[in-house]
Design a binder for this molecule. Structure first.
Ligand code: MRU
Length: 341
């Protein structure tokens, strides 16, 4: 397979490497990944994360295994195993479905490699299109709030919601970003802050529970977030805390946009209530861990509720920024998403 380079994933000289997103921003460690068990661990521990990137990383590994001579049966089992790692982000299922089709070809090795390379390149192009459509909604001087990490670290390209922000800064300048730290795993505080710093986009880091008072003070003009799955009626699942922001935005009359590529649409899911929400370990809420070590602040046996995602209903969304354009509530009600998929 040809060399492919993204911010947090690379295939170079027949070796797949993943940047450890759990250790960022203070440690930049790359892990070589050459088997399914390693990729499974990297995904489960969120060392590789972000809806588009999980699917692409898993696809590149399957393509690598195919080139290394894995049998059809082994590849089929590997696809099944990787698909089961995280249940909410539909991009992983989308990528694995493409590879299953490739596996049916007589020259399945060539077909799988070409599918994986296409998925990688397609994601770069999708990010660019979303960023252009989204940046047209932003005005010079806007204060934009975002949640979780949806940047280049989470995709093969410049990102989804954060890609829009980056593009808006390039096109209009004078943008300022409020970055939700995003408890429990702090993708905002660790990763979005890191990316905005690298891109030289002015930002201010806040704890998630500070967003309401900022909105009440008139300091938020627009909100852009990503998505892990968009249902046929426009409801979407994203990092837990997104729904809070949508409710707050509605109350304060602030524009709230979801940004996602067509690989995040799942029109076979009728509405948000049908999206499976990943539940994660209690340790993530009882304390925190990272490059600095571990801290436990709650009683070690405290009962914990830890859904990784929540669902935002379509009625709270101002617009769906997809790679094909920006869609309104009226268009979504007219089953526009079904038409696009
Ligand atoms: O659990 P994570 O860090 O993989 O969750 C990521 C998100 O919720 C993102 O907002 C979403 O995947 C879109 S990323 C381009």
């Amino acid at each position: 397979m040809q060399d492919l380079i993204a911010s947090s994933l690379k295939y170079q000289n027949n070796t797949l490497s993943v940047l450890d997103q759990y250790l960022l921003p203070h440690q930049q460690t790359w892990h070589v990944c050459s088997d399914v068990a390693t990729m499974r661990d990297l995904i489960l521990s969120l060392k590789i994360r972000g809806a588009p990137l999980i699917g692409i990383g898993a696809s590149l590994l399957i393509a690598h295994l195919a080139e290394q001579g894995a049998t059809k049966d082994t590849l089929a089992a590997s696809i099944d195993e990787l698909e089961a790692t995280r249940p909410t982000a539909v991009n992983l299922m989308h990528c694995m479905a493409k590879l299953r089709i490739a596996l049916q070809q007589s020259d399945f090795v060539t077909a799988i490699v070409s599918s994986a390379v296409n998925l990688f390149n397609e994601d770069i192009a999708l990010c660019e299109s979303m960023a252009n459509h989204g940046a047209a909604l932003v005005r010079r001087g806007d204060n934009i709030l975002t949640h979780c990490n949806t940047g280049a670290l989470a995709t093969a390209g410049i990102g989804t919601a954060l890609g829009v922000i980056y593009k808006a800064q390039q096109q209009h300048g004078n943008i300022h970003v409020w970055v939700d730290e995003t408890r429990p795993l702090l993708q905002g505080g660790r990763l979005t802050a890191f990316e905005l710093e690298r891109w030289q986009v002015p930002y201010t880091l806040i704890c998630d529970n500070m967003a309401a008072s900022l909105m009440a003070a008139g300091k938020v003009d627009k909100i852009f977030v990503g998505a892990d799955r968009i249902a046929a009626n426009g409801d979407f699942a994203n990092k837990v805390g997104t729904y809070n922001l949508a409710v707050l935005a509605h109350f304060h009359n602030i524009e709230f946009y979801v940004v996602a590529p067509l690989t995040t649409l799942d029109v076979s899911t009728a509405c948000g209530a049908d999206i499976e929400i990943e539940q994660r370990s209690s340790a993530e809420v009882r304390g925190v861990s990272g490059s600095f070590g571990e801290a436990l602040w709650a009683p070690s046996n405290a009962q914990v509720y830890n859904p990784a995602f929540d669902v935002t209903p379509a009625k709270l969304i101002t617009g769906w920024v997809l790679d094909t354009g920006v869609y309104s509530q009226r268009e979504i009600e007219a089953e526009k998403l079904k038409e696009l998929s």
